[in-house]
Write a protein that binds this ligand. Sequence first.
Ligand code: 13P
Length: 253
Amino acid sequence: MTKNVFIANWKMNLPSGFEFYLESLSKLTVSSNTTIIIAVPFPYLYQANKIVTHDTTRSDEVMIAAQNIHTKLKGAYTGEVSIDMLKDLDIQYVIIGHSERRQYFYEDNTIIVKKIEQATNKNINVIFCIGETSDERQKNKTFDILTDQLGILKRFENLDRIIIAYEPVWAIGTGVTATSSQAQEVHSFIRRWIMNNFDNNTAETTSIIYGGSVNEENIYDLVKQPDINGGLVGGASLSLQKFTNIINSVVDP
Ligand code: 13P
C-alpha cells in the first residue's frame, strides 16, 4: 500500500511557539498509513528531533527533515552541512531538489544526483522535488522537463528511500494551485515513468505527493486523486491548525 505523507516545509521561517507546534503534532492520532514530516531550518534540527522523539506518547510517524545537504561529506565549504552531520543528529529525511534551491542556488541535475547519493548511501530518506515552471508549462514542455528531472533516479537500484514531490514552480507561494486533474495527470505520468524504469511494485509503493499552494480547502480534492499520496506544504504549514487540518484530509480507509 502506498503511504500517505504530509510534509511541512518551514523554509527559512519559524512558526511562533514552534516547540508547542511540534509537541502537538507528535501527539496527533493519524491513520496508521500516514507519515508526517516537518522540515525545519538547520539550527532547530536538534531541538525539533528531541521534542518529537523524546515524547513517549508520540506517534511513531512524526519525523524531522533537513531542507538541504551538501554534496561532500566534509571539507572547506563554509556554511554548509553534510549528511554525516544529519546522521549525528539522527535525522532521517532530507529535502533535495527543491525548486528554490534549483532557482536561487543554481542546483542542477549533477548536483542533485550527488546529494541523493550522499543521502541514500547513508540510509537517509529523500524527499525529491521536481516540477516545471510556468513558461515550460505554457510551451507544453511539462512532461519533457519532468522526464529530465526524473532521469537521475535511473542511477539508483531502487526507490526504497525516495518520496517524490511534484511541485509545479508556478504554484509555489503564489496562491495558484494546480487543479486536482492537472496534478493527477502529472502524478499518473510520474507513476508510469517509475513503472517503465523500475517495476510495478515500485510504482505502486512510491509515495508521490503534491506541493504548491496547498491549503485546508484544496487538499481534499487533491488527495482524492488516485495517484496523489499527500502534500508538501509551505506557507500553510506555518500554522499548526492549518497543517493539522491538512493532515486530517486523509481518513483511515
Ligand atoms: P507553498 O505551500 O507556500 O506554495 O510552498 C510549497 C513548497 O515549496 C513546499 O516545499
